[in-house]
Design a protein. Structure first.
Length: 177
């Protein structure tokens, strides 16, 4: 009788740079990990290996710079303000994209966050804090001032980052969250 269904494991790879032989790096690292004496495992014919698109992009040198983003935004939005609705909270991805957008926009940038978390579960407000205090909100949409008055400072439970402050710090005169 079979007792284990699907199982997954994360394998740590070396830093991948442009031109890296991704196929050999991945296969060599998986084989080495499978032979690790602390936690060995068997590689089977039906096993699936998933590789993130960012890893492939790095090995291909297929990515944009902040100035690429800024220039593209300048072309697409020659004047006026920009609103960004419900981004996935991130220090590594969205934060960088927002920097490029802010540098390219001539007007203001408004970021609307979904709450209490984004679509993948990153919390902008602790769920219990939201449950206990959301009745104090004036409406479903609120500004940064009301956010802090009602919920106080809210830091991500794993990263310790206050995403509202992080995004606003890019350019406090230009960015509102």
């Amino acid at each position: 009788m079979r007792y284990v269904g699907a199982a997954s494991r994360g394998i740590r790879l070396p830093v991948i740079t442009k031109g890296a032989d991704l196929i050999n790096i991945i296969s060599d690292t998986i084989v080495a990990a499978s032979e690790n004496e602390r936690d060995p495992f068997v590689i089977r014919d039906s096993d699936i290996v998933g590789v993130t698109e960012s890893l492939v992009a790095r090995s291909q040198g297929n990515y944009v710079t902040l100035s690429d983003i800024s220039e593209d935004v300048k072309k697409r939005v020659p004047e006026g303000d920009v609103s960004i609705i419900f981004p996935i909270l991130s220090r590594n991805r969205f934060h960088q994209l927002l920097r490029g957008i802010v540098n390219g926009v001539r007007g203001k940038v408004r970021v609307f966050l979904s709450y209490p978390s984004d679509e993948v579960g990153n919390q902008v407000i602790d769920p219990m804090n939201f449950y206990l205090n959301s009745d104090r909100l004036s409406c479903d949409s609120f500004d940064e001032k009301e956010y802090y008055e009602v919920f106080g400072e809210c830091r991500h439970p794993f990263t310790g980052v206050d995403y509202v402050q992080l995004y606003k710090s890019i350019d406090p005169e230009k960015v509102s969250v």
